[in-house]
Design a protein around this ligand. Structure first.
Ligand SMILES: Cc1ncc(COP(=O)(O)O)c(C=O)c1O
Length: 406
């Protein structure tokens, strides 16, 4: 049996993985063009990107913003979420999903996720609906669309807004239609780690013209559309994107299709190979997902099914073999200090808000699947999926090598 690299043996690979972000002269030229034009503020490139990205996701309207968090906040506020409202979000997500709800002065209600997809469990969401529930925010985790049929049914039955957190799902489609265009509105992120990036940036999509106009005003200091420049009608903020960001994103969008195909092909190969290893569980596929992005390649590893090698030992040993991977969140979002503090008075708003007639104590929240995922998930970067078939074979070989030691 080959000696593990972690014990001083030869690693499976020493070659570097594809770097991220990827760029060439096309990005350089696009940036220089904007620089020399002097038009650095919202202009032709931003408008062009808004049109192109909205069309790419099958949405009627796209409003660019400075980041994905702002996109979600704009969608929630403009769709009418405010003080006293509850908004259902998954417990296994990044802070920004909850942050956007809190910024709308509303109460995040943490819902468990499905163990086999990492996505919001619609049946668990159904149980959490109260007469204060105003919206649900499905997060298409790592690019895999949520069950939008069931979420759409719940929303219709209870009159809820659906704001998609599509921050990982550029190019993903549910039954042929793009994410971000499946609910009332959907927000995307273009932060540096994302599959299409300008360092920071975001966009919010919708098919609803009126909502689009409200969101445009919200992210543009509350201005009216055709009114004088200094006419401000609603509370908003300056969440605008610059021409530099849009210039980068237009080039990156041109690369996305080819990259997405490569990632999907490599992920399919890994699914086939890694699912044969004891303890490894791949993400469930659903035929209604007609295309999906891979913001990360995710697995669940159940140590008890393979006699003892812990997830942490597996991650450390794989990393030593030249396969970087990690466990990501150590706890569901509700266990973070922000949610574990409670009290009365303005510093505890919106939980202490007099408009909120409910009671929320996050120390009592338990989402067993989210907690399990925090113990069992293994993540690999999306840029690794841009490698060759031989690169993927290295991943498989490293798993076999490490797992065979038990
Ligand atoms: C699920 C999810 N939602 C929202 C965001 C927020 O995006 P941004 O960082 O662009 O504000 C992120 C960012 O990583 C995210 O992972």
């Amino acid at each position: 049996m080959a000696e593990l690299a972690i014990n001083g043996g030869e690693p499976v690979r020493t070659k570097p993985w594809p770097a991220w972000p990827l760029f060439d002269e096309a990005e350089e030229n696009a940036l220089i063009e904007v620089l020399r034009s002097g038009r650095w503020y919202y202009a032709d490139k931003v408008k062009e990107f808004e049109k192109e990205f909205a069309a790419f996701q099958d949405a009627g309207f796209g409003i660019t913003v400075c980041n994905g968090t702002a996109a979600l906040e704009a969608a929630l506020v403009c769709r009418g979420v405010g003080a006293g409202d509850e908004v259902i979000i998954p417990a296994y997500t990044f802070q920004a999903t909850a942050d956007a709800v809190l910024r709308a002065n509303a109460i995040p209600v943490f819902c468990d996720v499905e163990l086999d997809t990492f996505n919001l469990d619609a049946e668990a969401a159904a149980v959490l609906i109260t007469d204060r529930t105003k919206a649900v925010v499905p997060v298409h985790w790592a690019g895999l669309p949520c069950d939008m049929d069931r979420i759409g049914e719940l929303a219709a039955e209870h009159g809820l807004a659906v704001v998609e957190d599509a921050c990982h799902s550029w190019g993903s489609r549910w039954k042929g239609k793009g994410t971000g265009a499946l609910g009332d509105a959907g927000g995307f992120s273009f932060q540096l780690s994302k599959n299409i990036t300008a360092g920071e940036g975001g966009i919010v999509l919708t098919d609803d013209e009126e909502l689009a106009a409200l969101m445009r005003a919200f992210v543009n200091c509350g201005r009216g559309m055709d009114d004088p420049w200094y006419g401000h009608y609603r509370l908003g903020s300056n969440y605008r994107m610059t021409e530099f960001q849009a210039a980068l994103l237009l080039v990156q969008l041109g690369r996305l299709e080819e990259q997405a195909e490569r990632r999907a092909e490599n992920a399919q190969y890994l699914n086939g190979e890694l699912s044969r290893i004891a303890g490894v569980h791949i993400v469930r596929e659903d035929e209604r997902v007609t295309r999906r992005a891979y913001h990360a390649y995710l697995l669940r590893y159940v140590a008890a099914e393979c006699d003892g090698l812990s997830r942490e030992e597996l991650i450390e040993a794989l990393s030593a073999e030249g396969i970087p991977c990690w466990g990501s969140y150590s706890e569901p979002l509700y266990r973070n200090p922000l949610f574990q503090r409670s009290g009365d008075g303005p510093e505890y708003c919106p939980l202490s808000c007099p408009y909120y007639g409910g009671r929320m104590d996050y120390s009592e929240v338990e989402c067993p699947n989210a907690e399990r995922l925090c113990r069992e998930a293994i993540w690999m970067s999306h840029s690794m999926l841009l490698g060759t078939r031989e690169d993927m074979e290295d991943i498989v070989a490293a798993f076999h090598k490490v797992c065979a030691q038990e």
